[in-house]
Every structure is written in structure tokens, then in C-alpha cells.
Ligand binder design. Structure first.
Ligand code: UGA
Length: 453
């Protein structure tokens, strides 16, 4: 009999994991406390934007292998393996991770576990959390130690969630027994047969791999953005510089794209939580490093506002500013800790009339920033603008024709927050073109870069 799997928490990570496991042939029951979320998924509606996932969700529902519930009793009765995929956001009162959803989920599930099973943590957590969860499981589960804990961090990127789940770079499992390892090998037999590396570790190592990976990615982005600060101080250009670094295989070009920096629901909160953990552990080298990574990242947003001010000749009071992009990255409708929205909000606070256009995220942005105006197209956001800000590099913006946009704006001023445009082309069309980390001069030809993620 194939394993029966539950996925608890059907947000971004859980919904993707559930649909992909059904695609791999397992019987899957997704559980979420949020009834609206469960009814939407059960009706084949994705509550967020993610390419490919809608198709998989529909296929899973259609096959009968994928179902959703709000009942922990159903989940406990159904599952041989329970994946916990609930969110661990930043706490409101500190940098640490909020583990309340995770603990609530364990406390609801454990007392119902009356047959052998493996509970697999997938949420991103501070190292040491698995010890607390294991103790709770052992204390609360009627089946005792036969409800065993494993940790299996997730590395998927929004916008690539399906591919990253079905064909990840690696699968890491933290286990305490051969039995748990065997069961997880069965879960991931498909990807492993296709050549995906399968790494088995202790639980704390598995917890740490995830935060270390995100900390490294954030550090790499902040490194090139710190170099952008140097470029700004001496009139050098960070774009060809980054490209020159990228030719060195040991450095590589991925996550080395300078600009407005990182946001989203993962990198910012994960580096802060890791900083908090390492401070507690007394490993100040990591907390100091990550504090600086965070500070460099946030300074890019302030610098972007400076560029807008520069293009508006020193004052944004009463000026019309068109903002292109408000999601934290392209191909996503996620606005959590979005650098773009942060900048748009600050520019509005400086007295500008800000009109935002984003292909996917405006419905979310409207809820948190009702003071901004929202346009239904790029051209509408640009109409009569004194300054345009490119803040999220959606393809539509990168491919925009400077001549066409130039006809609708009041003044041809472009601040490119993502080094995504060909500055020469925009200047040739009569635009004042400014970009982070780049001199205010005619740059060399063909010097735009695209974000590799
Ligand atoms: C990130 C990690 O990339 C995933 O591996 C991880 O699984 C995930 O967090 C998670 O912890 O769940 P994600 O938040 O989807 O994934 O976004 P990324 O593609 O990593 O981008 C993060 C931010 O960095 C974006 O705001 C992006 O614009 C920015 N970025 C990325 C740069 O500023 N420069 C770059 O070169 C690359």
C-alpha cells in the first residue's frame, strides 16, 4: 500500500507540497485551520499566484488522491506520515521566530496519534526546536515513541515552487532512526531515482541547513549591494562589476544581482531569527554578520528614495510618481516585506502622489497601503508622472519601450531599482536614467542584467 500522507498548513509551502506529493502518486490529505483556505483549495482555487501549481492542484483533486480538511481527527486517522508546513513568521515584539502556529499544530495532532507514524517538520525553525517538538510528541501521543519526529527543510522559491519541489537541488532529512529514514526515502523515491541528492543528518543539522542556506543567499545579495555603495562613492558601475565577478565559477552570478535588495516572507525574517538564535547561543560572529546584511539591505531602500528625490530635483512634494511593481519579486503576488512597497510608501510619505501598477500583487497591496493609488496598466501608472520608479522587474516592465512610455509621462525620469533596463536605450530616448550603484553617465552598451534566481 502506498504511504498515506497528510500536509498540515496549506499556505504557500503546504499547498505546493500536498499537490506535488499527489502528483508523485501518494494519497494526500491537506489540513488547515482556515476554513476559507480549505474550501478554496478543495474547489481547485489557489489563494495565491504560483505558476504550474493550479494545474497540479486540479489534477490532484480530479484523481481523487488529493483532498483537504479542517479536522485533525481525520488527519490523524489518515496519515502514515504527517508533514508540518505551518508558518513561522517574525514575532511582533522581537526578531525571533513565532513558533505558536507550530506548537499549536503539534498540540492538536499529537493526542490523536494512536498508531505508528512519522511527523515531519518542514517549517523553517530556530535550531533546537525539533527537541521541543519531539518532547511534546512523546508526552502527548498515545502511541508514544512510535510517533517519531523527523525534520525535512524546504528550499522552494516562490514562482518556481513546483519545479523546486519535484526536482529540488537536494533533499535533506534529519532523522533519529533507520525507520524514519526508510519512510522518507519512500516518500522521495521518485525525485531520488531521477538523481536528486538525498542527505541524511541529525535533526539539529537539518534545521540549521535551511537557515544557513537563506543566510548565505541574503549575504550574497547584500555583499553585492555593499559593493554598490562603494561604486556610488567613487563613480564606478556595479553592473559590469557584478558580471565580471560572476565569470569566476567559485563566485557565480546567481543571487549577485545588485539593486533594491531582498524582501519576501523568508530571507528577511529568517536572517533576523537566525541572528536572534545565534545571539542567544553566544555566537556573535553570525549575529553581527547577519545584522550588517540586514542593514545593508534596508539602506538600499533609502538610497532608492534618494534617487527618486534626485530625479524630482530635490523635492517630492506634490509630484506625480509612477511605481512599476509592488510584489517582493516578479512572478509572485506576495508583498510580505516587499522592498518595492516600502519605497512606494516612503515616497508617498514625502508628499508625492504615488500610482502603483503590478501585474499580480495590487489586490494585496491595496489592503496594506490604501493611501497609494493603483492603476490598471503600466501606461496608466506612468500617465503624467514626473518620475517613474521600476521596483520589481516583471518582464512587462523590462521589455517596456521607452519611446512609448515617454509619450505618456509628464517628464522622462526613470529610476531603475533592479538594474533591469538598458540605460543607454532609455537615455537615447531622452530619459534621465538613474540606477542603484551606477554612475549618472552614459553607460556602455548592452549593460542590462536579468535577475537569475
Ligand atoms: C527564498 C529562497 O531562495 C528559497 O530557497 C527558500 O526556500 C525560501 O526563501 C524559503 O525560505 O521558503 P523566495 O523568498 O521565494 O525564496 O525568494 P528569492 O527568489 O530567494 O528572492 C528573495 C529576494 O531576493 C527577492 O526580493 C529578490 O528580488 C531578491 N534578490 C534575489 C535580489 O535582490 N538579488 C538577487 O540576485 C536575487
Amino acid at each position: 500500500m502506498p504511504l498515506r500522507i497528510t500536509v498540515i498548513g496549506t499556505g504557500y509551502l503546504g499547498a505546493t507540497h500536498a499537490a506535488c506529493l499527489a502528483e508523485l502518486g501518494f494519497e494526500v490529505l491537506g489540513l488547515d485551520a482556515n476554513e476559507d483556505q480549505v474550501s478554496a483549495l478543495a474547489a481547485g482555487r489557489l489563494p495565491f499566484h504560483e505558476p504550474e501549481l493550479g494545474r497540479l492542484l486540479e489534477a490532484g483533486l480530479h484523481s481523487g488522491r488529493l483532498r483537504f480538511t479542517t479536522s485533525y481527527a481525520d488527519a490523524a486517522a489518515f496519515g502514515d506520515v504527517h508533514f508540518i508546513c505551518v508558518g513561522t513568521p517574525q514575532r511582533a515584539d522581537s526578531d525571533a521566530a513565532d513558533l505558536s502556529h507550530l506548537m499549536a499544530c503539534v498540540d492538536a495532532l499529537a493526542p490523536l496519534l494512536d498508531r505508528p507514524c512519522v511527523v515531519v517538520g518542514k517549517s523553517t525553525v530556530p535550531v533546537g526546536t525539533s527537541d521541543i517538538v519531539a518532547e511534546r510528541l512523546a508526552r502527548l501521543a498515545p502511541v508514544g515513541p512510535e510517533a517519531e519526529l523527523a525534520w525535512n527543510p524546504e528550499f522552494l522559491r516562490e514562482g518556481h515552487a513546483v519545479a523546486d519541489t519535484l526536482r529540488p537541488d537536494r533533499i535533506v532529512v534529519g532523522v533519529r532512526s533507520a525507520r524514519a529514514e526508510t519512510i522518507l526515502r519512500e516518500v522521495y523515491a521518485g525525485p531520488v531515482a531521477a538523481g536528486v541528492p538525498f542527505l541524511v543528518t541529525e535533526l539539529p543539522t537539518a534545521e540549521l541547513v535551511k537557515v544557513a542556506a537563506n543566510a548565505f543567499l541574503a549575504t550574497k545579495i547584500s555583499f553585492i549591494n555593499a559593493i554598490a555603495e562603494v561604486c556610488e562613492a567613487v563613480g564606478a558601475d556595479v553592473v559590469p562589476l557584478a558580471r565580471a565577478l560572476a565569470f569566476d565559477d567559485r563566485i557565480g552570478g546567481r543571487f549577485l544581482v545588485p539593486g533594491l535588495g531582498f524582501g519576501g516572507g523568508c530571507l528577511p525574517k529568517d536572517i533576523r531569527a537566525f541572528g536572534a538564535t545565534t545571539r542567544e547561543l553566544g555566537v556573535s560572529s553570525v549575529s553581527a554578520l547577519l545584522g550588517e546584511v540586514d542593514a545593508i539591505n534596508l539602506r538600499r531602500r533609502a538610497r532608492m528614495v534618494d534617487l527618486a528625490l534626485e530625479l524630482a530635483d530635490g523635492s517630492l512634494e506634490g509630484r506625480a510618481v509612477g511605481v512599476l511593481g509592488c510584489s517582493f519579486k516578479p512572478n509572485s503576488d506576495d508583498i510580505r516585506d516587499s522592498p518595492a512597497l516600502d519605497v512606494a510608501g516612503t515616497v508617498h510619505g514625502l508628499g508625492a502622489r504615488v500610482t502603483v501598477y503590478d501585474p499580480a500583487a495590487m489586490h494585496r497591496a491595496r489592503q496594506v497601503h490604501p493611501e497609494l493609488e493603483y492603476a490598471s496598466s503600466m501606461a496608466d501608472a506612468a500617465a503624467d508622472a514626473d518620475v517613474l520608479l521600476l521596483l520589481t522587474e516583471w518582464r512587462e516592465f523590462v521589455e517596456a519601450d521607452p519611446e512609448v512610455l515617454g509619450r505618456v509621462v509628464a517628464q522622462r525620469n526613470m529610476a531603475d531599482g533592479r538594474s533591469a533596463l538598458d540605460g543607454d536605450r532609455w537615455r537615447a530616448s531622452g530619459w534621465r536614467y538613474r540606477a542603484l550603484g551606477r554612475p549618472d553617465t552614459q553607460a556602455s552598451a548592452d549593460d542590462s542584467v536579468s535577475l537569475t534566481s
